[in-house]
Structure formats: structure tokens, C-alpha cells
Design a protein around this ligand. Sequence first.
Ligand code: AR6
Length: 204
Amino acid sequence: MSKWSNQRVESTNIEGIKTMDEEFYVGKAKIRLVQGDITEVDTDAIVNAANSTLMGGGGVDGAIHRRGGPKILEECKCIRATEWPDGLPTGKAVMTSGGNLKANCVIHTVGPFWRGGTRGESDLLAETYTNSLKLAVSKRLRTIAFPSISTGAYGYPIEKASRIAIATVKKSLEKEDRLDRIVFALFTKHDLEIYREAAKEIYD
Ligand code: AR6
């Protein structure tokens, strides 16, 4: 049986601002909702909200390649040349090293572009989380950080996306107990609040 409990813990975010982050548990796995830049997170892997070219872009993708350096792009090119010559399909996930990042690895996944919700977007978004977690487990990683996939340039409404993100991670952790810590690194206070509400709704 998985246990879900939560507590607020005081911490200092990247701007040095004291915030009350939220912590939740599914079994032994800790889920933290934090506000900040995912490139600062020191989990084993951080997840990149990439596009199917794997050649970089704006938002989280741009930040990860900037901070991580050229090694990540080189490895992405190699993946394109070998595994995915036509591009990484939406919902799938691949891994590179973390270059100069604190995280050892980057898991690149492609979220769905929001087209009104009738083109299978919710299932595809859920797949990005399950495939990223499966990949992390298959590589024996213990800790992973997610951004809010698809809710920037891809326009997925964050109220809907946050519920899918939280519910999918919970479901995966209930099946699979080899992960110790999952972090949601939300860029703005507003995004963090929305994820908090989603978590409360799903688990309370
Ligand atoms: N750390 C954490 N979250 C961030 C960061 C960061 N450094 N930067 C932005 N966000 P987006 P998408 C938030 O656009 O919607 C790229 O060009 C941001 O506020 O990064 O999946 C790719 O190459 C938002 O809430 O990803 C693709 O072409 C969330 O991360 C396309 O954008 C996701 O925004 C993918 O779009």
C-alpha cells in the first residue's frame, strides 16, 4: 500500500528567497514541489521538455543546453543519427549525459502541442512522464526532476497538465518503488501554486 502524506518544509530557492516547499510521499519515494530553475537541481537526472528534433530550442530546452554545454547536443545528434533519424516521437524519452549540469543525466522527452484537448494530448503528456520514469529506473537512477512539460511554448493549460503530471507520477511510483526522490521544478510561484492545488486535489 502506498502512503501519501505531506508536509511543508522551509527552504531557500535559487534566488535566495525563503519559500515553503511542499513534500509528499508515495511509499518511500519523496515528491517535492519547488520553485526554481531546473538546471540548478542536483538530482541524478533532469528532464528536458524538448522538441522532436532534439536540436535545442527555447524555454527549459534552451536553458539546459546553455548550462549543460555542447556535449549534450553532440549526444542528441548521435541519437538522431542512430536511434531516431526522423526525430523523437511525442511521448517518447531518451537520455544523454548532463554535461556541465549538476545532474549527471538529461532525459529528453517531447510533450504534446496543445490542440484543444481532442488529439490525444492527455495520454501523450502522461506518456512523457511514464517513459521518463521508466528510463530512469532502467538506468538505475534514484532521483529525477521534471519541469512542467508542454505548458510553455506548447500551450498546454497548466491546470490540466499539472493534474496529469502529478497523477501519472503517483501511479508510476505505486507500481515501481525503485526511485527515491522526484522533484517538480516549477519556474514561477504561480505555477508552483497550481501544482500544489493539483497535488492536494489528487491526494487529499
Ligand atoms: N526551469 C524550469 N522551468 C522552466 C525553465 C527552467 N529553466 N524555463 C522555462 N520553464 P517550455 P514546452 C518552464 O516552453 O511547453 C522549446 O523551445 C516554463 O515556464 O520550456 O514543452 C522546445 O525546444 C513552462 O512552464 O516547454 C520545444 O520546441 C515549462 O517550463 C518547446 O519549447 C515548459 O515550457 C517545448 O514546449
